[in-house]
Design a protein around this ligand. Sequence first.
Ligand code: PGA
Length: 247
Amino acid sequence: MIIANWKANGNLSSNLAWHKEFVEIFIDNNFSDIGIAPSNIHFTQLQELFKNLNLKIGLQDIDFNGGARTGSISPSMASDAGCDFTLIGHSERRDLFKEDNTVIKAKIHAAINHQINPILCIGESEECSKAGKTRDFLKNQLITALSEIDVKDQVVIAYEPIWAIGSGNTPTPKDINSIHEFIKDVVQSSSANNTEPKVLYGGSVNNKNAEEFFNEKSIDGALVGGASLSANQFADIVKIYRKVKIK
Ligand code: PGA
């Protein structure tokens, strides 16, 4: 699965142009392995543009509750609007909006309870990586966010080292693969029904490096920020993913 995270980018006319360019590339109209998370304000526009196609439209975040929570999107609103998936715990939410593991856990619960597939984002800082503490840190993020959750196929993990996001620096594909194996083990051994989750990699994925990543067995797809803003480049990444993973 390849997910575009548009963050706070895009406008009505650039989204229209993106859609036109993108659908012209995929003449077979098969978009089932692709998701787009536009900004909240463009969610309905994207849904309308892709309405007869099987591409998934999600949100970049949802709140865990509704009511007197100014500025929020409640889980029931998201589900009522037909939201397929939501990112939860992106490092920008954790850093800029001070979301901690308790809030993230509540959001995962809320998403599952409203039939929205959560993509839990985890990742360590450069400092943590240099100190050799990545695995302990990720394990803690996973265990606290997923405890008491019956992890089924709908929970996807996105491993995004903070130092790789938007920087052009990435871990080696082998290192990512080994972290993904670790993530799968942690989730599988702590889940009630032994579910092994799909794990996406995110952090400076582009059409030049995607193939090296997808060649690794435990990298199940990508969460793409910057490179997803170009329809052409994002389409290239999807094509590479299909060439390598769907044989
Ligand atoms: P990037 O962002 O691809 O621009 O590094 C990824 C993300 O933040 O999800």
